[in-house]
Design a binder for this molecule. Structure first.
Ligand SMILES: [Zn+2]
Length: 324
């Protein structure tokens, strides 16, 4: 009797689906086939079970984990990316707001090697790219004129950049020579240096925009002078320096001793108000790839700089949190 009813219902479904296609001519056949299959499944099982529950149970996910997967991952993604094998820490990673299913394998591998990190940190670090060595898996930047462009050891400027808004820094704001910056950064810099002056703090630029060639020789000289490890920690390979963006400056003194000066302290506390961030902070070397550089400031505009200052994060973290 039940079987007979099912056959009747299924027949009605098939016929009505058929008519639907004829009259609307909108749905493709595959979708209708799926609808019919789902309808049949529902009738036979007589319950509204999550479509991948059985598959996920077979992979040894718990009911709670399956509920989480159902609520957070689209069916299509579950079907194409999660039915092959079990990811032991998937539910932990899923709680991170920066979770990206495409990187689940990388999260698992990184977590295996870094068990001291929380699952949130694992997701953040992998999204930054830290599971890969610096200067590997390099992405060539296309929108290099954008003021918010991220340049680091994973993101390289093209060889043929061409800025039409470089201006010469007035000598009263530098230690001399022909130094340039993009106009938007220069205007903000002038404001900052003038404000510092009002607080009896003297700031001046010792390094600003660099061409690819200048950066290349600076890096090579640093290798010769200090060895490759030191050079990698304090100097950028050509194409990977923010100085090539025309939005970064080194101020007063490129020396560790600058850290304890009142000028360095003023910058740390006030630069964000003018749109600059301390780009390579202390204890964030594992993220930025650079040692602490109390003299290096990057222009990003007041809004982004303020957020970075308030949250005490690096620009890499900012990009994952707010730009991705
Ligand atoms: Zn610098």
């Amino acid at each position: 009797m039940l079987k007979k009813n099912i056959i009747i219902i299924v027949s009605i479904l098939i016929i009505s689906s058929f008519l639907y296609v004829i009259f609307t001519n909108k749905e493709d056949e595959v979708k209708i086939d799926n609808n019919i299959n789902n309808s049949v499944n529902n009738i036979v099982n007589n319950k509204n079970e999550y479509i991948y529950q059985e598959n996920l149970l077979d992979l040894n996910y718990t009911i709670d984990e399956i509920k989480l997967i159902e609520s957070k991952i689209k069916d299509e993604d579950v079907r194409t990316k999660l039915l092959e094998k079990k990811y032991d820490n998937l539910s932990k990673f899923l709680s991170s707001p920066y979770f990206n299913l495409n990187n689940i394998e990388r999260y698992e591998n990184y977590y295996q090697k870094n068990q001291n990190y929380t699952s949130d940190e694992v997701v953040m670090n992998v999204e930054i790219g830290l599971d890969k060595d610096f200067y590997t898996d390099i992405n060539e930047i296309t929108d290099y004129k954008d003021v918010t462009t991220l340049v680091n050891k994973y993101n390289k400027l093209p060889d043929d950049v061409n800025f039409d808004d470089l201006v010469t820094i007035d000598k009263s704001y530098s230690n001399g020579g022909n130094k340039q910056l993009r106009k938007v950064a220069y205007d903000a810099l002038v404001q900052m240096i003038n404000a510092a002056k009002n607080d009896n703090i003297k700031l001046f630029v010792v390094s600003a925009y660099r061409t690819k060639k200048t950066q290349e020789s600076l890096f090579n000289n640093s290798v010769k002078k200090n060895g490759v490890n030191h050079a990698l920690l304090y100097s950028a390979k050509s194409g990977h320096s923010e100085h090539q963006l025309g939005l970064a400056v080194d101020l007063n003194s490129v020396s560790d001793s600058f850290e304890n000066t009142k000028e360095a302290k003023w910058l740390k506390d006030n630069a964000y108000k003018y749109g600059f961030i301390l780009r390579y902070p202390k204890n964030k070397e594992y993220i930025t790839g650079y040692g602490y550089e109390p003299w290096h400031y990057r222009y990003l505009g007041v809004d982004i700089s303020t957020k970075i200052y308030q949250e005490n994060i690096t620009y890499e973290e900012y990009v994952v949190k707010y730009k991705k």
